[in-house]
Design a protein around this ligand. Sequence first.
Ligand code: T3D
Length: 261
Amino acid sequence: MVYQSINYFVERGVATIAMNRPETLNALNDDMLSELYDAIKRAERSREVRAVILTGQGRGFSSGQDLKSFQHAGEPRDIGAHLDQFYHPLIQRLAELDKPTIAMVNGVAAGAGMSLALVCDLRVASDSARFTQAFVRIGLVPDSGSSYFLPRLIGYARALEMTMTGMMVDAVTALQWGLVNRVVPQDHLVEETTRLAIELAEGAPLALGMIKREIAYGLAHPLHETLEREKDFQIQAAETDDHQQAVQAFFLKKPPVFEGR
Ligand code: T3D
């Protein structure tokens, strides 16, 4: 697929996917949503790619669904079919990607644009990033996973405040609330996020994939089931060449080199 609405490149094991409709603050139209899905699939299938950065070009991360699509004159728009066709597969694929994902939040993240940031494993925000659950401001409700991820990240009360008011949350507050992992000056955003992504790309890929699933499992299951799941994953991890090699490297006082085996 040739991309028109996003940019995609890979460097040092990190795929960077940048939404590229800056004149709309990267509003999500069908082309962009299809391309994002394709890019995630591409990153997932590439052996070279071991971490993914999702970001936006220009001064916005993403302003959410392109509001032009709501300005229809004739037939009412089938919003359920649209969510099923575009958003749900994208959010699900990102959530299930067996590689670490980082949202590099360069500016405003609104509505489903914020959902895209939430589904990523980590969020690094610039000091000019802003977050809004804009849905309610146009009489809609949270979608694209916001009602799943937001209370898990910031708690019930704050999630309700954000979703019921559509308030704008600045980067400092986002950090205090646990909505983002780090806030860095805008000028350092790419450098700092890339450094973190490379660190993850050089980590043990099989273990990282399992960690992602294990933590999600632990949030949704009781302790006794989580202990069993941890054990299953630990058995698998202990059998990898990466683990064996890393233990040897420890005693040789060398850094481990993880090959994903
Ligand atoms: O269809 C389905 O499947 C349902 C899915 C729904 C999911 C959703 O995401 S619903 C929520 C959609 N998003 C919004 O409601 C947010 C709308 N945008 C805003 O509230 C503001 O633009 C922001 C708070 C994000 C940023 O404000 P500000 O003041 O920094 O920028 P601005 O001047 O409002 O926007 C800059 C330009 O981007 C402007 O265009 P112009 O006037 O320069 O030609 C504006 O119209 C355009 N823009 C911003 N957001 C969108 C957009 N164009 C289309 N769609 C947008 N969502």
